[in-house]
Ligand binder design. Structure first.
Ligand code: PEP
Ligand code: MN
Length: 363
């Protein structure tokens, strides 16, 4: 037999494993009756065999995923352990985010709001926090229009070092205050491992920006806070690279990962980025993680934001992240792709008319 994984699911476990000399992923399905002791025993055996493991809840019982280049023979002993239903090999390179591991959709809670499931989560707010008045006005306006989570950057990753870089910790304070006033959880970007602790003090969710998608030290530091993480797709990242970046977060033990498609770099120059809605539909099939779409960065043009948001919802996005500014023409960043509060209210209305409820279940 050849060394490829395809079509080999019916082969016995030992034969299939023998073709893998490097990293393997094994899915240990536990019986519904499995208790803590039995799960712990599997995790310990995995560790003795040289594998990292993660316990995944979902479906009837839980599963334990083993990943690594450990001792296959030692791992095989797990098949005969109490309350173990089956041990199968995981073929996707992304092990923890794959639907092979967890067939049902993950739902991520962000300060009482859920992303995933049947409702569309609406994240809105300015590109950057600019002043107390600006962020408070934006927060109250997007909340009134039906948004669930407030966004606003305090640390801005700008192409030019001469552009506005954000208000840093002062921006975090103002964002958190505006969220409290409007009664909404907040999400904001963290650009450096050194800032993770400060951002985590003020924010309900950490955003990993597109330029940092493969900043692995940042991913690990963000994952380790235990806060939900919004992982933007890199401007030139393949779908597989995006999901592999999500693995870094999941491997820290943090299950609250939300993916965000925000457009990729192509030959097209009439739009800032090319919003890859095909990737959204595909990732919804490949992964159990919720996917949010950002049509603001995905187009760079305010006129395209509403039609692209509608299209995103139509292909199965679990949420939309939109830049909204009280006065887009005065914005210190990304004004040309920002909606006014009235335009955002119209967008929410249109999503509602489209049949997918814009109302988000509260956890
Ligand atoms: C942002 O959300 O304001 C931002 C900088 O996004 P991205 O990382 O997708 O460019
Ligand atoms: Mn922006």
């Amino acid at each position: 037999m050849g060394g490829t994984a395809e079509g080999s699911t019916s082969r016995p476990l030992d034969e299939r494993l023998s073709v893998y000399l490097e990293v393997v992923g094994l899915l240990v399905r536990m019986e519904g009756r499995a208790g803590e002791e039995e799960i712990k025993a599997v995790v310990e055996q995995a560790s003795r065999a040289g594998f990292r493991s993660r316990v995944i809840a979902g479906g009837r019982g839980c599963s334990v995923v083993l990943v690594g280049a450990g001792d296959i023979q030692a791992a095989r002993a797990i098949e005969f352990m109490p309350a173990v239903e089956s041990v199968t090999e995981l073929f996707s390179p992304f092990k923890l985010s794959s639907r092979e591991t967890k067939p049902d959709d993950s739902v991520v809670g962000v300060g009482g709001v859920e992303i995933g499931g049947s409702a569309v989560a609406l994240i809105a707010g300015p590109c950057a926090v600019e002043s107390r008045e600006q962020i408070t006005e934006a927060a109250l306006a997007v909340k009134a229009a039906g948004a669930h989570i407030l966004r606003g950057g305090a640390y801005k990753p700008r192409t030019s070092p001469y552009s506005f870089q954000g208000l840093a910790e002062k921006g975090l304070e103002l964002l958190a205050e505006a969220g409290r006033i409007a009664g909404m959880p907040v999400v904001t970007e963290v650009v450096s491992p050194a800032d993770v602790a400060a951002v985590a003090r003020y924010s309900n969710m950490l955003q990993i920006g597109a330029r940092n998608m493969q900043n692995f030290a940042l991913l690990v530091a963000a994952g380790e806070t235990g806060l939900p993480v919004l992982l933007k797709r890199g401007p030139s990242a393949t779908i597989e690279e995006w999901l592999m970046a999500a693995e870094y977060l999941l491997l820290t033990g943090n299950d609250s990962v939300v993916l965000c498609e925000r457009g990729i770099r192509t030959f097209e120059s009439y739009t800032r980025n090319t919003l890859d809605l095909g990737a959204v539909a595909l990732v919804r099939l490949l992964s159990h993680l919720p996917v949010v779409v950002d049509p603001s960065h995905g187009s760079g043009k305010w006129r395209l934001v509403t039609p692209l948001a509608r299209a995103a919802v139509a292909v199965g996005a679990n949420g939309i992240m939109v830049e909204v500014h009280p006065e887009p023409q005065k914005a210190r960043s990304d004004g040309y792709q920002s909606l006014t509060p009235a335009e955002f209210a119209e967008l929410v209305q249109q999503l509602g008319d489209q049949g997918r409820s814009a109302g988000c279940r509260k956890s």
